[in-house]
Design a protein around this ligand. Sequence first.
Ligand code: ADP
Ligand code: ZN
Ligand code: ZN
Length: 809
Amino acid sequence: MYAQVIVDVPNVDADRTFDYQVPAFMFSWIAVGSRVSVPFGHRMLQGYVVGLSKHTEITQLKEIHEVLDVTPPLTEELVSLGYWISRKYICRLYSALQVMLPAALRSSYKKELSVTPDGKNKLAFLPDEQRILEWILKREKVDWDQLLKEFPGQQPFLIHAIRQGWLSCEQVVRDRVTRKTLLYVKKAASDEILSETIASLPKQAQRQKEVLTFMLEVSRPIPLKTLLSELDLSSSSVKALVDKGLLDMEEVEERRDPYAGRSFSEQRKVQFTETQLEVIGEIQEALMQEQHFAFLLHGVTGSGKTEVYLESIAKCLEMGKEAIVLVPEISLTPQMVDRFKGRFGERVAVLHSRLSQGERYDEWKRIREGEVQVVVGARSAIFAPFTNLGLIIMDEEHEGSYKQEETPRYHARDVALQRATSHQAIALFGSATPAMETFYMASNGQVGLLSMPNRVGSRPLPAVEIVDMREELRDGNRTMFSRALSNAITERLGREEQMVLFLNRRGFSTFVMCRSCGHSLQCPHCDISLTYHRTNQTARCHYCGYAEREPEQCPECGSSHIRYFGTGTQKVEEELSKHFPGIRVIRMDVDTTSQKGSHEKLLTMFRQGQGDVLLGTQMIAKGLDFPKVTLVGVIAADTILGMPDFRAAERTYQLLTQVGGRAGRHQLPGEVVIQTYTPEHYSIELAKSQKFESFFSMELKHRFEKGYPPYFKLILFTFTSANVPLAVKSADEWVKKLRHILPTSVYLLGPVASPIPRIKDRYRFQCMLKYRDEPEVLPFIKEMAESFASKHKPEDIQLTVDVDPQMLM
Ligand code: ADP
Ligand code: ZN
Ligand code: ZN
């Protein structure tokens, strides 16, 4: 048998596989998806088996050195998904396969063997190999590599023994965090002896008595930590008892269940509304068909979407199938997890980026070994190695974070559709503000549309007030708080209610806007805002390179109140303290949340009422649910609208809708105040009235006219180099070559300096490709990109290719 292996060598033709001979003893062990180590040149390299065959054209093959895992980490389906990703997103197959696995499997690993009870029984009947088994038995656990050194040539027998169940083989992740152990205390003598000892211990040994009395009452070993904190004592009393042989301590490996020790309230099922019942019925019917189908569940915040997810998963599990639930990282709060764990308990694994490598690996392993049927997680959970998927749910499907911003630059929505197709499964995308791409698919029937237009219990959506900041200026208010917002804040402080203030400041760039009339400078060719470049005082377009001099007066109204936008949260915090003395502000932005757990901590503080205001960037806009929040304020809606990005209007609409959804979710009625210099912009007007469909058709028209998704596809190329002339020259040549090769129906923009022109001393230039449906485009570009990569060292110049880019930085 021969194996086709893809190895990790960057400079060889990217996706070339190499054939290796499979030694006979590995036949029953190796599979498509196995991770192997193979001789390559003078080295041993790690690789993945992507095919197995009986024949090969190549003579003089080397042998596979080792199969690295007992269970292949990838399934056949995931391997072919890897091929799909590498074609669609133009990346190396190797990195497409890597991204599906927990990081722990990408680094060092080791295998430990121990003899099973079955193996012990067999010992007597295995004269020849007895020696090995006994040798292992004596040491309890033995490292695989060490074993092979001790018994060279015995690999076939060892593999046989594992497959027969005489030996158990455990993968140990070699990182510091993985081996968490806990000290447990247990009784080392009978209850009678313990009771007698309690009676006979002298008075001074009061603490020891307490410990023994306590231990008499527990039937199982308990963690030392728990014992000490229950009795409020130090470990010396316990040690004394251990020395006397009355108690025993042992180290036990802790399963790193990140939610261990938390109890999950058994979720009671709600009485579904009629709308929910209809929607659930449709999904269930589709599930029963066992054919691929996709739905968009368009439901306002609080319409009961999550309940629909839970019920659909229950149906899916009843059918004996598995489900993946994707949630944006920032919405993956303990509350959210509780709802799933509460309903499905031990059948749920949770994957998110706050887990340590070891914890992630443990959760992943539970999935791979079929111990769980539901996964709740952020983007990369889409690769959960299930083999019988019935349902993939993607909540808040419009979220930009579903796109990975490093290679492979996949979008989880597309991967979800791909996986759902191979499993004949249902994909369910949910959002209050669907992405243009998804709603477009729903409007042309590619995806079924399910609607839940009302909140559960007909709780009203909050009243939304749009404040025209130009008028504030006209009336002499130069602060960043309008009179309406100011009054609303003062009222909340008086009533001891809470508020969320929202300021969008992502990215870097300042855009140019007139404070008198709200006019912002637009590129005449691209329908996006121009950004201000301080160095040469120009306003520039980041798509096509158009530039004009910074105006001294507004070209629209002649006012000289031209301003460059980009106020930070810190500045707002200062202003709040100045205008509302004594106000307690909890600020959440990249600066205050970089530490592990700080995000959750700040939210808990706010929930407990330790702050009047939660002030933050977009991370506070989503999914949070605070009963006492009755006011949501948006400091400047225009900061999103002014982003140099064709999705600016879409993001504005989404954000304002999401933000509004935060207020008045409970008994107290909510109010939303949105400050803006362009109240007449359709994204702001329609967000106020919650008319998604009107917004959609308006926006669609713009996209069509200017040639953007969903009508056109985009590919962004970015060249980075410390050497400006080299970067410019490469980008120029690249564009020339593309022009030459590609049909004229494909548009090319650039090259121009990137919106962030320099990162870590490397200069960045970009160009963009727009095209409709030419099927040859991707293979062409893949070939060109591979050839570019093989000719240049990444240290000198690097090309990144971003298919369907979400961010055009
Ligand atoms: P969404 O995911 O659309 O924001 P949720 O499913 O979180 O909505 O529902 C919002 C709130 O309403 C939650 O507190 C949920 O428990 C509750 N809820 C949902 N459906 C019902 C129902 N049929 N009856 C009563 N309460 C419900
Ligand atoms: Zn003006
Ligand atoms: Zn332009």
